[in-house]
Design a binder for this molecule. Structure first.
Ligand code: FMN
Length: 159
């Protein structure tokens, strides 16, 4: 099985889980990088990030040089922004069409749960097989090791 983990992270929580899963699967890892990152501190991040969600923006992202046809399993990870995936995924799904893959989804949030995040992923990923989804509450902030264990168990149980 050839797997790749594709994620975006503003403050590192999603990166922690993405790294954990990619190491566990010995999978490749791809970080979606916006050309202009929003501020990651203070209240500004909620304003700028929230605006991108509400206006359904497609922030420009760095080119991703990856041949998706090589992979059987794709794991997507995002922080939850205003109850949805981070808007860089609007850009990603507009650019890259993914079909006939096994898909696993995870998200990190601050306590409000996943909202419509997984529903939104599934809308953009029609034509694929969904094998699992899981959420993490700010894994960098507390009990990081518990979250790391949870991520490892989750991925091993679903593949
Ligand atoms: C713009 C913005 C909107 C957010 N909206 C939500 C939300 O709707 N629900 C929630 O539980 N957490 C929300 N959060 C908190 C993040 O989802 C949470 O801190 C997550 O772990 C951050 O992941 P990251 O470190 O990979 O960026 C929001 C954070 C930002 C910056």
């Amino acid at each position: 099985m050839k797997a790749v983990v594709i994620f975006y992270s503003l403050e590192g929580n999603t990166r922690l889980i993405a790294n954990t899963i990619s190491e566990e699967l010995k999978a490749e890892i791809v970080e979606i990088k916006p050309k202009r990152q929003i501020p990651s501190s203070g209240l500004k991040k909620y304003f700028w990030g929230g605006k991108q969600v509400v206006l359904k923006e497609r922030p420009e992202i760095e080119e991703i040089n990856i041949d998706f046809s090589k992979y059987d399993l794709i794991v997507f990870g995002t922080p939850v922004w205003a109850g949805r995936f981070a808007p860089v995924f609007n850009t990603f799904f507009n650019k890259y069409k993914i079909r006939d893959k096994r898909i696993a989804l995870f998200c990190c949030h601050g306590g409000g749960k996943e909202g419509k995040t997984f529903i939104e992923f599934k809308e953009h990923l029609k034509g694929n097989e969904f094998i699992g989804e899981v959420d993490f509450k700010d894994p960098l902030k507390r009990n990081s090791n518990d979250h790391i264990l949870k991520a490892k168990e989750w991925i091993n149980n679903i593949i």
